[in-house]
Unconditional design. Structure first.
Length: 360
């Protein structure tokens, strides 16, 4: 059935009816814009990605997930595990669509805050209802947040101090909802290059099509999975609510983390925003009253693989991020393959078709 409207990420209920409709229109326009772009760059293409608020296409939900710990940090610092954890604490390095803030007291980890909320969501609120923006910030921070702290030169400041300290939403420059939509749409275009027709390797595909960052866990994997379905002739879209989510909050038995006395930790996750299938914000903290050997303890006293927790990145190792596609029937489309528009010198030219462009 065709969607009446797109819902807020995480099925959040921050919006009134007017804002909800405006958000849906923005998502619809973004999808339409990406579809128009691939059509203009690939003459003869019949787009396999569709806007679910405009077309009724039957399909099956298909989650796509990847490790949340930043692959680029691991590639660059993996030979020095301690330095790797230090680097991973920098928000600018947390580029797998999950960011976190590690809260310490006297050098010991007290809590870790995780978010995968998109900056576009918060910019939308700032543009349309600044009072709601301040209310939400204050609720999450647990204290009044001055409105002037959230704006710079009259515009919403993604990197404001409250976001930096409380992980309100994603702020690493590549971690955006627009990037998710762009990759999903762009990856539906079939490609050829030299002897490879079609291109099937994830890294060659991302280089050819010019979307995302090839050293991340996320972008090549997203493109690879979606392109496989596109090569099978499937119609494809993103499941409502369109967003990026923590796949799940692992159970104590799955984690195997230990209290100071060696026993398994309890369930110390707190889902703060979203629902269990669409988690956009979570906190890990030892609840008040929890003891080990009769004494209170904190996250920094927990041991993971025999080592005490000194950085949030150790917890991130247990998490995966996901988006969910909706995949229709195979052999619905018979698109041609197209050349690589981002592997030519000079201005980007429209990609030339190669093969049969007829639709079944």
């Amino acid at each position: 059935m065709k969607l009446a409207q797109f819902h807020a990420p995480g099925n959040l209920t921050d919006f009134n009816d007017q804002l909800a409709k405006a958000w849906s229109a923005m998502i619809s326009d973004t999808i339409d814009g990406e579809i128009a772009t691939i059509k203009s760059r690939n003459h003869g293409l019949q787009p396999q990605f569709y806007n679910a608020s405009k077309l009724d296409v039957a399909g099956t939900a298909a989650p796509i997930s990847w490790p949340a710990f930043p692959n680029q940090v691991e590639l660059d610092f993996g030979d020095d595990p301690q330095q790797m954890l230090v680097e991973a604490e920098k928000r600018s390095k947390q580029d797998e669509y999950l960011e976190w803030v590690t809260v310490k007291h006297n050098g010991k980890v007290m809590r870790v805050i995780f978010t995968c909320e998109s900056p576009e969501y918060w910019e939308f609120i700032a543009d349309n209802d600044p009072t709601l923006l301040v209310t939400l910030y204050s609720k999450i921070a647990g204290k009044p947040v001055p409105k002037q702290d959230l704006f710079k030169n009259g515009a919403y400041d993604r990197e404001n101090a409250w976001n930096a300290g409380h992980a309100i939403h994603l702020m690493q420059h590549q971690n955006t909802l627009g990037a998710e939509i762009n990759i999903a749409v762009s990856a539906t275009v079939l490609r050829h290059s030299g002897a490879h027709d079609p291109i099937t390797a994830a890294i060659e595909l991302i280089r050819c099509s010019g979307y995302g960052e090839e050293r991340r866990n996320s972008d090549p994997h997203i493109g690879d999975v979606i392109n496989q379905k596109a090569r099978a002739g499937c119609p494809i879209t993103l499941q409502d609510p369109v967003g990026l989510y923590i796949e799940k909050l692992p159970s104590p038995a799955e984690l195997g983390w230990r209290k100071p006395d060696g026993s398994l930790v309890g369930d110390y996750w707190k889902l703060e925003r979203g629902d269990k299938d669409h988690i956009v914000r979570a906190v890990y903290e030892v609840p008040a009253g929890e003891t080990s050997n009769g004494h209170p303890f904190v996250v920094g006293d927990i041991k993971i693989g025999g080592a005490p927790v000194t950085a949030g990145g150790q917890l991130v190792r247990s998490l995966r991020i996901k988006l969910t596609g909706v995949i229709g029937d195979e052999n619905t489309f018979h698109n041609p393959t197209f050349s690589c528009p981002f592997q030519v010198e000079g201005p980007v030219a429209a990609a030339a078709p190669h093969g049969n462009s007829r639709r079944a």
